[in-house]
Design a protein around this ligand. Structure first.
Ligand code: ATP
Length: 224
């Protein structure tokens, strides 16, 4: 049995306590060895993030610096071409070997759109998927995950039913292929809200790590 490594992708513009709490809950409930934070690059034809790649990377570094089980991964951050999760996982698989269990960490809202991702079925060859449900077992729109899956895409529903793991032990027994549902308390924090508060000159204390707040202030980020 090998403890899995968790992968948490995001824009992290900026990273905040919702992201960190998600990683911590996944770490504990899935018995992960570590969580790698993978800040996204700047793909063409998408609205670019507000902070630069270097600034977002630096904020993630500051946020995780006190936790030896949290690390930062630079696979995507400096890429300006289309960078798909399947490619990132493939590179991680090459780096970490065929037997290392990997867990892609996703919010339930992101999981319900998985069938729209590039080569989504191949994700299961490369990693397990851990769906983090926020609050009392509901998805972003308030419906229980099971109901939302039943009402959603047929191929995704079939994958969910076939791959649902009865316990976190499955994640250690195989390198990839299972779906696990884990739970976390709802923290109503979003990067969008933090940017709005900054632009309005409001306080962002306690929404993100202090070092990240100081970085935002000293670099004058998100002021307009
Ligand atoms: P934005 O407001 O700019 O869309 P965000 O705060 O949602 O950003 P992302 O970088 O897009 O942050 O999110 C990365 C991952 O973190 C996603 O899987 C998302 O579901 C999850 N996430 C974001 N906010 C929270 C939160 N408050 N609690 C738990 N998970 C969260």
């Amino acid at each position: 049995m090998t403890p899995p490594i968790g992968i948490l992708g995001g824009t992290f513009d900026p990273i905040h306590h919702g992201h960190l709490r998600l990683a911590q809950e996944a770490l504990e409930q899935c018995h992960l060895a570590a969580v790698r934070f993978v800040p996204s690059g700047t793909p063409p034809h998408r609205t670019p993030p507000h902070a630069s790649a270097r600034q977002r990377l630096e904020m993630v570094r500051l946020a995780v610096q006190e936790n030896p089980q949290f690390t930062v991964d630079e696979h995507e951050i400096y890429r300006t071409d289309a960078c798909y999760t399947v490619d990132t996982l493939s590179a991680l698989r090459d780096e970490l070997g065929a037997q290392q269990p990997l867990c892609l960490l996703l919010g339930s809202d992101a999981f319900l759109l998985l069938h729209t991702w590039h080569e989504w079925q191949r994700l299961f060859d490369l990693a397990h998927i851990v769906v983090m449900q926020r609050g009392a077992g509901s998805t972003g729109d308030g419906r229980p995950l099971g109901n939302a899956i039943n009402d959603g895409d047929t191929a995704l529903r079939d994958a969910y039913r076939a791959r649902l793991a009865p316990s976190a032990q499955v994640l250690q027994e195989r390198p990839a292929g299972a779906i696990m549902v884990a739970h976390m308390s709802a923290l109503e924090i979003s990067a969008t809200d933090i940017r709005t508060r900054c632009a309005e000159g409001k306080n962002i204390h306690y929404l993100l790590p202090q070092a990240v707040g100081e970085y935002i202030q000293s670099h004058g980020l998100y002021t307009c």
